[in-house]
Design a protein around this ligand. Structure first.
Ligand code: ADP
Ligand code: 5GP
Length: 213
């Protein structure tokens, strides 16, 4: 079976791609570029009990649930992972992830190191994790300032948190120093391309090879 581009289409299992970084290193920018350039990967939408903020859209930013509905869904095993943060609950709905993976599509996660640990427990070999580092501490602070979203106080607290987040770099499968944005985007694309080619993910190989005999 040859496609128009000459590629043989071998069915594959999708993967979970987790991106982490200290705030300001460029994770959101890189995630947006990846989602815009690759139609086989979608962002995971979490559920939360926290109130919706102005401008947020239910089903896009989060699925907003009541505490009772959230607890009920926890009891039903509806979450791949969840965490209680500042009196609210946040979690990753399991069904959309399972459906995507079975259909050979990938799911992108924007999570901190604790979220990655939980995803690793839940998803094991389906997970590939990438840590994004800034080229220097000065560049990190400069990016936080140039983003223009935070006060001096918030920036100082993000810089303190950044050192803690960075200390978990060695728990990741891949590390990218985000100096040049285009180069970093190419690196993420390369990671995704090779993770998709893992033999274990090419579920159609057995049939394909049988057909060669
Ligand atoms: P994060 O999601 O990790 O908090 P963002 O993606 O919001 O970070 O990036 C923080 C700021 O740094 C943004 O203003 C973004 O445009 C900028 N930025 C991201 N990557 C680079 C880069 N490689 N070079 C220069 N500026 C960058
Ligand atoms: P916020 O309320 O600002 O959108 O998010 C607060 C915190 O919840 C952030 O630290 C974010 O990483 C965390 N969070 C968001 N979604 C999830 C999720 O699905 N699972 C877990 N464990 N944490 C999440």
């Amino acid at each position: 079976m040859l496609s128009e581009t000459g590629d043989v289409a071998i069915p594959r299992r999708g993967l979970l791609l987790a991106l982490s970084s200290p705030s300001g290193a460029g994770k959101t920018t890189l995630a947006k570029r990846l989602l815009a350039s690759d139609e086989d990967i979608v962002m995971s939408v979490s559920a939360t009990t926290r109130p919706m903020r102005p401008g947020e859209v239910d089903g896009k930013d989060y699925f907003f649930l009541t505490p009772d509905a959230f607890e009920e869904q926890i009891a039903e095993g509806a979450f791949l992972e969840y965490a209680r943060v500042f009196g609210n609950i946040y979690g990753t709905p399991r069904a959309p992830v399972d459906e995507a993976i079975e259909a050979g599509r990938d799911v992108l996660f924007d999570v901190d190191w604790q979220g990655v640990q939980q995803l690793r427990q839940a998803a094991r070999d389906d997970l590939a994790s990438v840590f994004i580092l800034p080229p220097s501490i000065e560049a990190l602070e400069q990016r936080l300032r140039s983003r223009g979203q935070d006060s001096d106080e918030v920036i100082a607290s993000r810089m303190a948190q950044a050192r803690d987040e960075i200390s978990h770099w060695a728990e990741y499968d891949y590390v990218i120093v985000n100096d040049d944005l285009d180069a970093s985007e190419h690196k993420i694309n390369a990671i995704l391309a090779s993770e998709r080619l893992r033999r274990s993910r090419q579920t159609g190989l057995t049939d394909f090879v049988r057909g060669l005999a």
